[in-house]
Design a protein around this ligand. Structure first.
Ligand SMILES: [Zn+2]
Length: 180
């Protein structure tokens, strides 16, 4: 039996920042304070991700411009990958580039075929400051690249070009939350 609490069980569900909110479109700051406020932030991020039925969440999606993301995402072998990374760096993104359906909790109701590498490796630290390395393939590699983009102030729409991008931006304008 494990005695670790379920991630997010002590967290608060926070308001989701939506596409167009400046906090989503600027690079986040590195975490320097590894105190209890960081633990609380990560708990809130898990709680918010689960409430929104997402597979990943970056801190700026709840309005906090710090370099942290959480994930609970199946990989291509359907193995559950669960964790968080503080001050992540995308150290490797390689393999074939595949276009696959991608969505984002900050653009609810919208999905678009987005190109991503099939393999990604992220390095960073945990909330305790211990080094962590996360290696993902397939859908989980997509998730890792998506969350790293968020911390650079990017969203997946930035990866789209041409008609796909135009179509996605039109969907944003027509979304009930879109006119901001
Ligand atoms: Zn997202």
């Amino acid at each position: 039996m494990r005695n670790r609490p379920i991630p997010g069980s002590s967290g608060l569900v926070r308001a989701m920042s939506l596409f167009g909110d400046p906090v989503l479109h600027a690079p986040c700051e590195p975490v320097t304070d590894f105190g209890p406020s960081l633990t609380r932030l990560i708990e809130d991020m898990y709680a918010t991700m689960y409430a929104a039925k997402g597979v990943g969440l970056a801190a700026n999606q709840i309005g906090v411009p710090l370099r942290v993301f959480v994930y609970d995402c199946p990989d291509d072998e359907d193995v559950r990958r669960l964790g968080h990374v503080v001050n992540p760096r995308l150290v490797l993104a390689d393999g074939i580039e595949m276009r696959g359906p991608e969505g984002c909790l900050s653009l609810p109701g919208i999905e678009a075929g987005t190109p991503r590498y099939d393999h990604a490796v992220v390095e960073g630290v945990t909330s305790d400051g211990d080094p962590v390395r996360v290696d993902g393939t397939g859908f989980f590699a997509r998730c890792l690249q998506h969350e790293c983009d968020h911390l650079e102030g990017g969203v997946y729409l930035d990866r789209l070009t041409g008609l796909r991008r135009a179509r996605a931006l039109r969907a944003v304008r027509r979304a009930p939350w879109g006119r901001r």
